[in-house]
Design a protein around this ligand. Structure first.
Ligand SMILES: Cc1cc2nc3c(=O)[nH]c(=O)nc-3n(C[C@H](O)[C@H](O)[C@H](O)COP(=O)(O)OP(=O)(O)OC[C@H]3O[C@@H](n4cnc5c(N)ncnc54)[C@H](O)[C@@H]3O)c2cc1C
Length: 294
């Protein structure tokens, strides 16, 4: 049965923390079983306000993102926000993809530029495509009505950006173009997020800003996206060495503490990067419930 989604932008008016989780489209059968198992457990025990599903590097997962977005929406009843990037598609193709989502009952899209393909350091847009995420936000706004659009923000500044001021100016352009909320890149130091929120507000960005957090499963994972790893976390990871179970526990404890502190500071939501595994996220939410924060 086709489940019609609600615009995510509207959820934030409820004044309680909005919890979301991120899936990625699997590559093979084993990965397919993993996402389905995670989706079942998340539906049963976590009850997220919405879920998102990523769009693979190089535009390679157009069909798979669509297929799994539909499964998550129609078979599991989630509010779903599919991601879309400018990589590898011209304007006509981007419109076709968005139109496909529209026809299938979606009304949320995470609009991204995407990363340069592996091995390349600079992003080269498709000859008839779009160079920046703001152009995708504009394309959605100008050609489709009723979509709630999310965009990405970077508390530790986007790696290609030459300054935090410019990065913020471009983020504001995405919001002014019509984005109704921002989800951030992951971080392990709450100070960088809280400082980012302050700078956004001062710059006139007033939409909800959802912190993106990942319960880490390896030290390598932490360093892949963040330069700023707090000393306490670094020490705990180094003491755990190769003990996978200990690292998983550190990941759960750290994410719980991050969310508890952010909620206590008045932040009204969290987006969990779960890598198609439910265990750590369920444990974190269980603790948040126990402490009365959700
Ligand atoms: C929450 C989240 C979800 C993500 N999901 C995916 C996904 O599903 N698939 C995927 O491939 N990647 C994903 N990414 C990664 C993302 O695609 C990369 O970080 C990419 O390098 C930048 O995308 P963006 O949308 O932030 O780009 P943009 O907002 O376009 O910014 C890219 C860079 O260009 C600069 N810039 C922006 N506008 C202008 C302008 N007008 N003039 C000059 N410079 C400008 C910015 O400062 C920044 O340095 C995600 C990231 C986040 C935080």
């Amino acid at each position: 049965m086709m489940h019609r989604n609600r615009p995510i932008g509207e959820l934030f008016a409820q004044g309680r923390p909005i919890i979301s989780v991120e899936f990625f489209p699997p590559k093979d059968e084993k990965g397919g079983e993993q996402i389905i198992q995670a989706a079942e457990e998340i539906r049963e025990h976590l009850h997220p306000d919405f879920v998102s599903i990523t769009y693979g590097a190089g535009g390679t997962t157009r069909e798979r993102t669509f297929r799994y977005a539909r499964i998550l929406k129609d078979e599991y009843g989630f509010e779903v926000m599919p991601h879309l990037t400018c990589v590898g598609s011209n304007r006509r193709e981007l419109k076709e993809i968005i139109n496909g989502y529209r026809k299938a009952g979606f009304c949320n899209i995470m609009a991204l530029r995407g990363d340069p393909p592996g091995g390349e350091s600079t992003f080269t847009p498709h000859p008839d495509g779009l160079p920046y995420a703001v152009d995708l936000v504009n394309l959605i706004r100008d050609n489709f009505s009723g979509f709630s659009v999310g965009v990405a923000g970077y508390p530790e500044v986007h790696p290609e950006s030459i300054s935090s001021e410019l990065d913020l100016r471009y983020l504001k352009e995405k919001v002014d173009a019509g984005a109704s909320f921002i989800t951030t890149q992951l971080f392990y130091d709450n100070k960088s997020f809280l400082n980012f929120v302050d700078r956004c507000r001062q710059a006139g960005i007033h939409v909800p800003i959802i912190p993106g957090l990942m319960p880490l499963r390896s030290a390598k994972q932490a360093y892949r996206f963040c330069q700023n790893i707090p000393k306490e976390l670094e020490e705990a990871l180094s003491a755990a060495a190769d003990d996978k179970e200990a690292i998983k526990q550190i990941g759960i404890d750290w994410t719980y503490q991050q969310i508890a502190e952010l909620f206590d500071q008045g932040i009204k939501g969290v987006h969990l990067y779960i890598m198609n595994r439910s265990g750590a996220a369920l444990e974190v939410i269980k603790r948040l419930r126990k402490s009365g924060r959700v």
